[in-house]
Each structure stands twice: as C-alpha cells, then as structure tokens.
Design a protein around this ligand. Sequence first.
Ligand SMILES: NC(=O)c1ccc[n+]([C@@H]2O[C@H](COP(=O)([O-])OP(=O)(O)OC[C@H]3O[C@@H](n4cnc5c(N)ncnc54)[C@H](O)[C@@H]3O)[C@@H](O)[C@H]2O)c1
Ligand SMILES: O=c1ccn([C@@H]2O[C@H](COP(=O)(O)OP(=O)(O)O[C@H]3O[C@H](CO)[C@@H](O)[C@H](O)[C@H]3O)[C@@H](O)[C@H]2O)c(=O)[nH]1
Length: 465
Amino acid sequence: MHLNHPANVAVIGRGYVGLGTAGLLAHIGHTVTGIDIDEEKIAMLRQGHVPIHEPGLDDLLASQVERLTWTTDYSAVRDADVIFICVGTPPGLDGTPDLQYVVSAAASIARHLNSHSQIIVNKSTVPIGTGDYVQRLLEDHTPSFDPSRHFVVSNPEFLREGTALGDSLYPDRIVLGGQPQALDLMTQLYAPLIDQSFTAPTVAPRPEWFTRPAVVKTSLQSAEMIKYAANAFLALKISFANEISGLCERVGADIEEVAAGIGMDQRIGQRFLQAGLGWGGSCFGKDTQGLISAGREHQYDMPILQAAIDVNYRQRRVVIDKLLRHLKTVKGKRVSILGMAFKPNTDDLRDAPTHDLIVQLNRLGASVTAHDPIAMNRAAREWSHLSYTPAATVEEAFERADAIILATEWDEYINLDWNTLLATTRRPLVIDARNIIRRPINAQVEQVGRDAPRGERRRADVERS
Ligand SMILES: NC(=O)c1ccc[n+]([C@@H]2O[C@H](COP(=O)([O-])OP(=O)(O)OC[C@H]3O[C@@H](n4cnc5c(N)ncnc54)[C@H](O)[C@@H]3O)[C@@H](O)[C@H]2O)c1
Ligand SMILES: O=c1ccn([C@@H]2O[C@H](COP(=O)(O)OP(=O)(O)O[C@H]3O[C@H](CO)[C@@H](O)[C@H](O)[C@H]3O)[C@@H](O)[C@H]2O)c(=O)[nH]1
C-alpha cells in the first residue's frame, strides 16, 4: 500500500501534543488540519497566537502557515489519509485515565470516515487495550467501516514540555503499534523524520550527536504499554534519586556527586537522576497511577510504582520540614516561592509541586507569595482556590520575605543577583529545592541531599547534565 506524499493529515486536539504533532508533520512536508472543540483556542491559532507556552512553537507554526489549517469542524477528517487523536486523558478520581475525550473524538471521526484507506492514530496516552476499543467504536459508528482499509495504530508521544520541538524532531525512537500494512504506511508518513531529510528549523537545530530515530514496530498493546512503562521508569528513576538523597543528608554524602558517580555507568545513565522537589506535570503522576490501576483491574499489585509515587509526594513535605527546622513556625511569616510551573520553560501547572507547597503553607498559617516568569497569568485562572499573593517581579518576592523556596529551576532564578536581593529580605533563608545554587551566598541555604555550598572546594566538580 502507498501513502500520498505530501499526505493529508488531521490532528485532533490542540494541546501540547496536538500542536507539536501538527507543527512537526507540517515541517516535514505534510498538509495538516488541526481540529479542536475549543472555539476560542482555534480562533487564537487562526490569528497566529499559540495558546500555550512552548519555546519555538510559535515560530515553527508561523513558518508553516501555508500547510496548516485550524478548525472546529470534523468534516476535514473526510479527506485525511491519517488522523491523529491527541486529546487529553486526565486521571479520573480512582486514578484510571478518563477516556471521555478519546471516545468523543473517535465518535466524531467515525461520522466522517470515507471509503478510502485511512489510518486513525492514537497519540494520546491511553490504557492498554484502547486501540482495540477505538477500533470497535469506529466499526460501530461507521457504516462503511472496512478493516482492510481503516486501520487503528498506536503511536505514543515522548516529547517533554519545554523541549517539545527538539524532542519531536530528533526523537530517540518512533514507536508504532498495529497491523503491519498500517505500520508501513506510518513509516512512509514519517520517512523525512526517519531519514532526517528535512531542513532543521532555526528554532530547533539538529544536535551534532543526532543521527536518526529507531523505528520500533509492535502490536497495538505493546506500543500502548511502552508509553506507560517509559514514563513509569523515568518517574521511578527520579524517585530513586530522591530516596537516596534523603539518606545522603543523614550520612554526609552528596546526592549530586552520587548521581554523577552512578550515572557514569552506561547501564544507569546520567539523566533523570536530579534530586529535588520530585516530579510534577501532567504525565508522570497520571501515568504511574494509570499503570497501577491497570494492574488492579487484573488483580496484579505494582508495589515498585506505588513506592515511587509515595516517595515523590513525600519529597514535597521534605521541603516544608526543612523550612520549619529553621523557622520553628511559619505562622504569620512571609514565605516566597520562586517558580510555579512544574518545570522550567512551560506554563503548565498540572500537578505542579508549588501547588502542594502553597496548600501546606496555607494550612500552617504562612502568608505565601509566589512568582513565575511565565505561568503567573495561568495561575491566576487555575489556582484561584489557593491563598497566595502573586509577586509581579522577582524583587517583590524577595522583599521582606522570611524565607525563599526555590521550586522551579528557571534560568531567570539561576542567574539572579542573589546577594543584592537577599539584602531586601527580613531573613536570608533559602530552601533551594532544585539544588541550583552552586556558590556560597549571603544566606542560610538548604538543599536536597547535600550540604549547601559554603565556599570550600568540593570533592568533585559535578556539573549537571
Ligand atoms: N503534555 C505532554 O507533554 C504529553 C507528552 C506525551 C504524551 N501526552 C499525552 O497526550 C495527550 C494529550 O496531552 P496534552 O498535554 O496535549 O493535552 P491538553 O490537555 O493540553 O490538550 C488536549 C486538547 O484536546 C482537546 N479536546 C478534547 N476533546 C476533544 C474532542 N472531542 N475533539 C477535539 N479536541 C478535543 C481539548 O480542547 C484540548 O485542547 C494525553 O493523553 C497525554 O497524556 C502528553
Ligand atoms: O532528574 C529529574 C528530571 C525531571 N524531574 C522532574 O520531573 C518532572 C517531569 O519532567 P520531564 O520529564 O522533563 O517533563 P514532562 O513534560 O512531564 O515529560 C515526561 O512526560 C511526558 C508525557 O508523557 C513524556 O512524553 C516525556 O517523555 C516525559 O519525560 C518535572 O517536574 C521535573 O522537574 C526531576 O525532578 N528530576
């Protein structure tokens, strides 16, 4: 079977994954229609405004205007060779992913499938078995459904927020699950990405070390499982570093040195061993819980994953304990948090550790001030239930503070003139929950899993990877 080139592609969902996928596919030459039910966001995109903060994405989408169309109308599916489902799969109350958006997208797609060969691709992170379920939905809702022409494929997404463009253009691997003939068509769709034959955009130049992605072809179920298992393993790795960091503090070891030392073993690797405040974001919490609830459905315990989750959320309390050790009580004290987004270079607040820090500090009677270089407006909308004072500037956050908690390692914070700002505080106390402070500053500094820098030469000069 043969896929047209350029192919006509429909991308359903204009979130982090939908926009990244639309931008990538247009950049490698395809014609893309982005479909979302959110009329306001589609109107913004039509006017050239990108509704999320993702470095380089606005430039990439602007460079592809001729190949990109935005609409709320599903009839664009009729002419599409490939239809990507990129809608949200948020956790339900019991941790099981809520598939309502996938189901409604599939039902809308079904109404518009044509009689030509078409591939429906699940890019959303979905429970194992969802590909088969989507296929059944399409069969039930499409009178002309023909399993020899209509294929469901799983093609999980591995991009990270904040580095989405580079991750999409230069992926380690492309995972494709489904029937062999459909996977051949998907390989044709991704050919320019696999061969790296596209022009690297200036917003995301090709790294020197990068050659080409591996293509992993599997069953639908294995592809769906690869996504969950990858996220679970990364989450586990971070929790492992955090658990070791607690013991480092107690025995006089330094987690940065330890992580560097173990990470040099190729079997372990340097990345995702950064101890601190633990993971947040829309994926690790949701997907570890999703895997556990899949286990539960099959009466199968997953104790390692549960432990990784427990360690992660304990880490958010560790930071408050450090604060209390210095201040005894925070009642009536002004505690300022630097960083609200769950990681730097994004405005995403989903499961951001700062949310929990504010909740804990509110309960303890502190007066909380919070700052973020990008996510403040979004926080004003999404965190209106929390009690905190937004700091318009980083200077405002430092003024008269009894303590500063560094929660997100934005470059803006790493490069601060710390000593000048600390002079405006009521008490120079810094809880550096991301271990970014590398030199002594005029403050009492608490870091995670190590003594704060005091000026003496360190035993090993450990650079972060
Ligand atoms: N955010 C990430 O970094 C990331 C990375 C890899 C995988 N994923 C997975 O990809 C999926 C999407 O994640 P996201 O962060 O992009 O989600 P998001 O919440 O940012 O965006 C989802 C979009 O889907 C739209 N939508 C909902 N129902 C729809 C429908 N029936 N038709 C059309 N549009 C509809 C919403 O309006 C929204 O714009 C999730 O399953 C997630 O787990 C996310
Ligand atoms: O060594 C580390 C690395 C990360 N984090 C934290 O872990 C969270 C997640 O970070 P990251 O993985 O970089 O961002 P995400 O955008 O959540 O990306 C993850 O989740 C996505 C959604 O499934 C996947 O596509 C990506 O491959 C996977 O890395 C953030 O709070 C980070 O601060 C640490 O605490 N220590």
